[in-house]
Structure formats: structure tokens, C-alpha cells
Design a protein around this ligand. Structure first.
Ligand SMILES: Cc1cc2nc3c(=O)[nH]c(=O)nc-3n(C[C@H](O)[C@H](O)[C@H](O)COP(=O)(O)OP(=O)(O)OC[C@H]3O[C@@H](n4cnc5c(N)ncnc54)[C@H](O)[C@@H]3O)c2cc1C
Length: 204
């Protein structure tokens, strides 16, 4: 599925971010514990990636594992707004629409932004973001917990994605050679191998 060149690229990408290399000689690689792709960290970014991969028909034969360190968090809409929010750009909104998560967000709430003005603290400089005389949104403010809930609910329904909560990653071994499998070790002692690791967390 992935060319050696692509694999090498991804491995180097991870290595520059935070991973360390070690040899892979003693790892068990049972099929049950082997995945095409492992995503470490089931926050907004990791879960959205899992959902996007899982919904891509070209990747439907791939087994994907999403590892999240914390317990599953139940989301209940409340009148009180959460103070953790993100400003999503229109491309991110399009992505969330394609993967089916935006309709879930829309059914609860979000705040459209038609103009942004940012001032410099030390001078009179200022930057403005606005499109078509404020006829189009430049951003969408969404609460983090609602966004995560929306993408997680969509991801849960995908047969090729396995989500494990309370799976704290302890160590990632990327291997020395292009044919080496990547190994992800959990604090529980369990380990998994994969062809491609995408980590949204610090993995050493
Ligand atoms: C204090 C603070 C305020 C912020 N305010 C804003 C803001 O106002 N607006 C804005 O747009 N952005 C803000 N950000 C940035 C925003 O939170 C991040 O960009 C965003 O959360 C990144 O998403 P993520 O999925 O990569 O990471 P996270 O949301 O951090 O997700 C990482 C996931 O990995 C899991 N994890 C961690 N370690 C392990 C492990 N060892 N094994 C398995 N899983 C693990 C965590 O439980 C978490 O679910 C803020 C960040 C912080 C810290």
C-alpha cells in the first residue's frame, strides 16, 4: 500500500518531531496486534484523522488503531458554554462536513465569524480578515468538547477503525531499516506494530 519512499518520508517526519529509533528484533508481530496505521493520541486532531482515513473508500482495506490515553468522555450538551474553543477555517469546516461531523456540530451550536481584527500590542499595526464585505464566514468557533464528540461519534461507526481508550503510549520504536515495523508500547505492557505511525503526542 505504501511505497518505501513514502514510508521513509513518514518515518523521518515522526523522527524530526519527537521519536527515537531503536532496533526491532524482539518484537512480536501477531496479525491481531498489527495495524496498517496507528494514531497515537485521540484528541481533536488524531480522531479527525482516524475518521477521515476510515471514511476514505480507497483506504477501506486498511486496519487503523486509535490509541487514547484517557477514559472515554461522555458529552452532554449544556446551556453553559465550555471555555475551550477552536477557531476553524472554512477548509476545516468542509473536511468536517465531508466526514459527517459538521452536521452533529451544527445540531448543537457554533459561532460564525465574518470579520477578524488583530492588533499588535506594541504598535498601531493591525491585520484584518474579511471576505466579500462580510458576506462569507472567515472562521467558525466551536467548543473543543463538541468537536471531539462529533468526530468521535462518526469514527465509532467505522468498521476498519479500532479505538482503544485508557491506552497510554509509553514508547514508540520506529526501527532502523525501511523493512522494520514500527512498534508502539503501552504503559499497560501491551504492544502493537504498524506500517505507519502518526503521533499527535510526544512519543520517545
Ligand atoms: C492551555 C491551552 C489553551 C489553548 N487555547 C486555545 C484556543 O483558545 N484556541 C485554539 O484554537 N487552540 C487553543 N489551544 C491549542 C489547542 O488546544 C490545540 O491546538 C489542540 O488541542 C491540538 O489538538 P490535538 O488533538 O493535537 O491535541 P490534544 O487535544 O492535546 O490531544 C492529544 C490527545 O492525546 C492524548 N494523549 C496524551 N498523551 C498520551 C499518551 N501517552 N498516550 C495516549 N494518548 C495520549 C490526550 O489524552 C489527548 O486526548 C490551547 C492549548 C492549551 C494547552
Amino acid at each position: 500500500m505504501y511505497s518505501p519512499k513514502m514510508l521513509n518520508f513518514y518515518r523521518q517526519l515522526l523522527a524530526t518531531r519527537n521519536a527515537s529509533f531503536s532496533t526491532m528484533k524482539n518484537l512480536s508481530t501477531s496479525t491481531e496486534n498489527h495495524y496498517d496505521i496507528i494514531i497515537a493520541g485521540g484528541g481533536m486532531v488524531g480522531t479527525t484523522l482516524a475518521c477521515t482515513l476510515g471514511k476514505n473508500p480507497k483506504l477501506s482495506n486498511n486496519k487503523v488503531l486509535l490509541l487514547e490515553g484517557s477514559k472515554e468522555i461522555k458529552y452532554t450538551p449544556s446551556e453553559k458554554y465550555s471555555n475551550r474553543v477552536v477557531a476553524l477555517n472554512p477548509s476545516t469546516k468542509s473536511l468536517l462536513t465531508r466526514i459527517g461531523a459538521w452536521k452533529r456540530i451544527e445540531s448543537v451550536r457554533y459561532g460564525p465569524v465574518c470579520k477578524l481584527q488583530v492588533w499588535d500590542a506594541l504598535s498601531d499595526s493591525m491585520i484584518e480578515f474579511e471576505e466579500d464585505d462580510m458576506k462569507k464566514e472567515v472562521a467558525f468557533i466551536v467548543e473543543n468538547n463538541l468537536l471531539l464528540h462529533a468526530v468521535m461519534e462518526e469514527t465509532k461507526s467505522l468498521p476498519n477503525i479500532n479505538i482503544i481508550n485508557e491506552a497510554k503510549v509509553k514508547k514508540c520504536n520506529l526501527g532502523m531499516n525501511i523493512d522494520d515495523l514500527v512498534c508502539v508500547e503501552l504503559e499497560s505492557g501491551k504492544s502493537f506494530t504498524c506500517d505507519l505511525l502518526v503521533s499527535t503526542i510526544i512519543c520517545v
